[in-house]
Design a protein around this ligand. Structure first.
Ligand SMILES: Nc1ncnc2c1ncn2[C@@H]1O[C@H](COP(=O)(O)OP(=O)(O)OP(=O)(O)O)[C@@H](O)[C@H]1O
Ligand SMILES: [Mg+2]
Length: 249
């Protein structure tokens, strides 16, 4: 599998707080990588550092072999990195279509006409075509999450970071979102999935990594990671581990 993204000893400090500590990681093209860990572990910070929202305090980030460590977000977007935001923030008074069109224009710099076509195609993909002309403010949370996905996809990413796209959704909405994530992966986009719902992580990821206090403490198959004692101690809890073991028997 060709390497798509490589982190070499990436650290990030916020004042006295060490949010990322020497994170080294390789992501191959076509992977769906689950990124899990407790609140405050550094998951969103990792995405921010990779996409250029924050810069690494030390270490290097390489995408397709090229160093992107200090590139600003619009440059990483044009290189092929896209992300959804944990707190969804559409332009509320713009239509659903125009929100996606803006994302398409931002990444491609192509014509208005092309951007509209891309936006319509991505809205259809996430099942929001019927809401295209509504102001984004009128959407439910589940629909705003799908709008986030459409915006990210309109940037034609090679690597897509999904930051808690299921948070706050009910179980039927989570099922729909999982199906969508599988379809995105099936279309050839490499995915990093930040997710607290273990059911989703385990059923969608081909590999799972765990952050704890800014450091990577585990990297392996979903089954390896959930039975790793350090991961159970730091994140999953003993009750979860017991249930997982019983379910496996
Ligand atoms: N811009 C910032 N300025 C200062 N501290 C920050 C900033 N962003 C994140 N932090 C801190 O860095 C640490 C990691 O935060 P981060 O948001 O990356 O965690 P997370 O793993 O995404 O957590 P959650 O699961 O709650 O979303 C936290 O202690 C957080 O308070
Ligand atoms: Mg976060």
């Amino acid at each position: 599998m060709a390497e798509l993204l490589r982190l070499e000893s990436v650290s990030r400090r916020f004042g006295g707080l060490q949010a990322l500590v020497d994170v080294s990681l390789s992501i191959g093209a076509g992977e769906v990588l689950g990124l899990i860990g407790p609140n405050g572990a550094g998951k969103t910070t990792l995405v921010n550092v990779i996409t250029g929202v924050h810069t690494a305090s030390s270490g290097r980030v390489l995408f397709e072999g090229n160093e992107i460590t200090r590139l600003r977000p619009y440059r990483t977007a044009r290189a092929g990195l896209a992300r959804t935001f944990q707190v969804v923030q559409p332009f509320p008074e713009l239509s659903v279509l125009d929100n996606v069109r803006a994302a398409a224009l931002f990444s491609s710099g192509g014509s208005m006409h092309e951007a509209r076509q891309v936006a319509e195609e991505k809205l259809a993909f996430v099942g929001l075509s019927e809401r295209a002309s509504l102001p984004a403010a009128n959407l439910t949370l589940a629909m705003r999450k799908r709008l986030e996905l459409a915006k990210a996809l309109a940037m034609h990413p090679k690597l897509l970071f999904l930051d808690e796209v299921n948070a706050g959704l009910n179980s039927a909405e989570v099922e729909q979102a999982m199906a969508l994530i599988r379809r995105i992966a099936g279309s050839g986009v490499t995915i990093v999935l930040i997710e607290h719902l273990m059911k989703v992580v385990l059923s969608v990821s081909s590999r799972v990594v765990v952050l704890h206090n800014g450091a990577l403490i585990a990297d392996g198959s979903p089954a390896q990671v959930v039975s790793n004692p350090q991961v159970v101690e730091a994140y999953l809890g003993k009750k979860y581990a017991q249930r997982a073991t019983e379910a496996a028997q």
